[in-house]
Design a protein around this ligand. Sequence first.
Ligand code: CA
Length: 231
Amino acid sequence: MTTDLSLDAPGPLVPSPLLVVEDEPVMHERLYTILVGLGYEATALSFAGSMLEARHQLSNQPFAMVLVDIGLPDGNGIELIRELHWQDAALPIIVISAWSSDQVILEALQAGAIGYLLKERDDIEISLSIRSSLRGGAPIDPFVAKRILAMMNTIASPPGASLSAKGPALTTREIEILGMVAKGLTNKEISNVLCLSRFTVECHIKNTYKKLAVGSRTEAVFEARIHGLLP
Ligand code: CA
């Protein structure tokens, strides 16, 4: 890993002073190096190891930007984000955390964080992300962004079509028909067995495709098996 982080630093344009709320000394060192590389004066950087310490520092002086870890020894960083955002909605707050659950990511962003970075990234990646926020961006780690998009798709899908944790919501009839598809029956054969019109069978199969987000009988059977809907 390279230690040269001087990415044509924005110099005096960096929002100063900056507070880092983080309890791991190793992360203090990493972030210090990264931030100095971005053009921060050492005197413009403050570090707090707990929520208590952070609140104390924030009451002593205003900060232009705050980096917050989620897992802190005396509480959840989301609480602090909420407080800070409530006091000053324009204050840029970025989460720098280990990988978290979807719930934590959503809560942190809803609480007012404008960015969500992962500690596991290397210094260059974290540096580029922080730099983008200095220029008005909202840096979200690509993995986190992917999770957010997946959550949005789940919310945006019509009821019954969402891939919930329990898998796609197929009706009993749809599963029954798909089971016959899996056995190799044609639509005509299925309609005969179930005493349904072919049109009805085709409708059920089309709905199944839509719910499973597939385009063929083989894919439908494959997806249904993955979700445990078929043996
Ligand atoms: Ca921590």
